[in-house]
Write a protein that binds this ligand. Sequence first.
Ligand SMILES: Nc1ncnc2c1ncn2[C@@H]1O[C@H](COP(=O)(O)OP(=O)(O)OP(=O)(O)O)[C@@H](O)[C@H]1O
Length: 370
Amino acid sequence: MLTEAGEDAATVIRLENITKRFGAITAVKDISLNLKENEFFALLGPSGCGKTTLLRMIAGFESLNKGRILLDGKDIAPLRPNRRPINLMFQSFALFPHMSVRANVSYGLEMEGVRGEELKARVDRILETTQLTEYASRKPDQLSGGQRQRVALARALVKEPRVLLLDEPLAALDKKLREHMQLELKRLQHEVGITFVVVTHDQEEALVMADRIALMRDGEVKQCASPAELYEHPNSRFVADFIGVMNFLDGEVSVEGVAVQGLGVLTGRSNGDTRTGDRACLAVRPERLTVAPSSAERLTHDNVLDGTLTDIAYHGQDIGLHIAVGDAGQVLIARLSAAAEGAADFKVGDTVQVGWQTQNALILPDDSKT
Ligand SMILES: Nc1ncnc2c1ncn2[C@@H]1O[C@H](COP(=O)(O)OP(=O)(O)OP(=O)(O)O)[C@@H](O)[C@H]1O
């Protein structure tokens, strides 16, 4: 469905060719993205790639050198930050320490002139959604880190913005609480139906929470897709390396696959971005590898290499097997379930065979040095 402005109705915010420079540094380079209605969107990438700058431009705290930001099809450049139906939640939460939870949550609405029954009803509703009703009269220092986090969220959500921007919202929390709050944030977003845009450098966090992820590097979006798409179909070595664990074997593209020094030609799926003769890598996830002792029957996979177990890492329910293959020092990591038959029998020094099917590996252009 198109609106009068010709926009896709599901798009809330449209970033059009946005560029931001700080002196000689281009923090954001010509980025175009559509953020959709009721979507949990993550901006992910290494430190300094421009995530926070992009978020601050949407909030209105940073000007643009080039491009436009449209909200519901209208350019928001003339709107000051407090006039945008967009809320930015800061990492520090910035709660008022001398005010109760209820007063902290009410404050923004009171500033907008909301009073009486409407004020009470809206605050009650959001306290309930964020499971804070029983803490309403406490002060921030009488709350746990996770509860303070929820107060900050309640305060941002009570104003019913079209979009909530969150800059590393879980960075201040310890690991266990962070994992709990990832699911909590996702539940909350689903319940309130507001578009969330989260900045994070933690790929696991983005994979758990987001409907879509824009993975950035050096001010550019390298790939924007669902978590499953990014994991299964990364478009470059950088993306494959950033998301999850990946094995890479470097070589040269040949007609049949990738010719790797000392290992011969190995096969994988090509996404069409490489040509015969190009430098490229064959990428395969640890859980896609099958490992068997050399003494067992020969594996029937499309690719089978011989190697030696150099290390075994226990990860609770999984085991990581490090396997040296070929004569150029390449090591593959395979992951198997600790409960799998024979998994407990592997020992460092064993000679093994490791195999994978063509459809379970990818041939990716080597962008690691660009
Ligand atoms: N006000 C500023 N003045 C000069 N350079 C800046 C300014 N703000 C950001 N930068 C630079 O712009 C680039 C992008 O910074 P930004 O904070 O957006 O990255 P980030 O991806 O959010 O990083 P982090 O995860 O470390 O917060 C960096 O090189 C940074 O040093």
